[in-house]
Design a protein around this ligand. Structure first.
Ligand code: GRG
Length: 305
């Protein structure tokens, strides 16, 4: 029997996502107007407004609200994280990296604007992210903004994203039979570190205590890895569906993934453990305030794309 209490507020995740995505999309659209020289701003806008899921800004805002902050305090930080996420995708798609022609179903930035402009659009988004966060944040103590700048910078350099990308690149073409430790290193740095920064920045801007920030950091690290484990699982299950086979693309190529190293069943179990570990970190928070973060963790665990 399912017990429901009439007076218990239920959290409407769908409405939350739509509301926050609209809020973020509007702020991103306003943040980079087309000005002189037009080509670079058009290139930045092309990728920034290309229809991403906005998972990172939502996590940033939800973390801010989890510690009792108002979403407006985290908004510039949420946009900054998405600008950086966008620049990593532009650079990742370049011929010297993954050499992809399509991103989110559209031609990649360098296919539309040329490699030279695409590199510069990425650089400009990276620089502007910090400018936007520093100049756009209001009503937050300067020490907190300074801490957020340090967190964000650390998460993308050689202790974060760049480390993950370089480890991934140097494995490609050499020995793709990676062990679990190397696979985890790549994902923790390449994917989880920016998700972690998104959550930590939200908690800092929202006025969280050191303990709350650290709990939310561990929460984010777990869901960051979860994000990638689910990606690997989808790689197998989606391509199995497409091919009408039990063994999908992932098992047929030399790409190392969690299902390949652990088997599909154990990879699914690992994903569940990561989600549970993440949620445990939120035990001491006000349940009503962490409802969006809990729902976002479930969304990441259950997502289909
Ligand atoms: C940060 C200075 C600096 C350099 C970047 C190119 C590079 C170095 C890193 C690549 C990092 C990369 C592409 C990681 C993959 C992250 C990932 C899981 C992308 C997909 O994220 P989603 O599903 O994408 O949130 P959408 O399209 O929804 O935004």
């Amino acid at each position: 029997r399912i017990l429901t209490r009439k007076d218990e507020p239920t959290f409407n995740f769908k409405a939350y996502v739509v509301e926050k995505a609209n809020y973020v999309n509007k702020a991103l659209d306003d943040s980079v107007p087309v000005k002189n020289p037009p080509i670079i701003h058009e290139s930045m806008r092309y990728s920034l407004l290309a229809g991403g899921k906005r998972v990172r800004p939502m996590l940033c805002i939800a973390a801010c609200e989890a510690v009792g902050g108002h979403q407006s305090a985290a908004m510039p930080a949420a946009c900054a994280v998405e600008m950086i996420h966008t620049m990593t995708l532009i650079h990742d798609d370049l011929p010297c990296m993954d050499n992809d022609d399509l991103r989110r179903g559209k031609p990649t930035n360098h296919k539309v604007f040329g490699e030279n402009v695409a590199v510069l659009a990425g650089d400009a988004l990276l620089a502007f992210a910090f400018e936007f966060m520093v100049t756009g944040t209001t009503g937050v103590a300067p020490e907190r903004v300074l801490a957020a700048v340090g967190e964000l910078a650390k998460s993308i350099g050689t202790a974060g994203l760049v480390a993950g990308q370089v480890a991934d690149l140097t494995c490609t073409g050499n020995n793709r039979n990676l062990g679990l430790d190397t696979l985890e290193f790549i994902h923790i740095h390449k994917t989880a570190s920016l998700l972690e920064a998104a959550v930590v920045l939200g908690a800092i801007m929202g006025g969280g205590s050191d303990k709350q920030v650290e709990n939310l950091r561990t929460f984010a690290r777990n869901i960051g890895l979860l994000f990638q484990v689910v990606d690997d699982i989808l790689d197998v299950t989606k391509s199995s569906e497409e091919l009408g086979k039990t063994a999908g693309k992932d098992l047929a190529t030399d790409k190392t993934t969690y299902p390949k190293l652990l088997g599909l069943e154990k990879a699914v179990e690992f994903a569940q453990e990561l989600n549970e570990e993440a949620k445990m970190q939120l035990a001491d928070f006000d349940p009503a305030k962490v409802a969006p973060l809990l729902a976002l963790a479930d969304y990441i665990a259950r997502r289909q794309n």
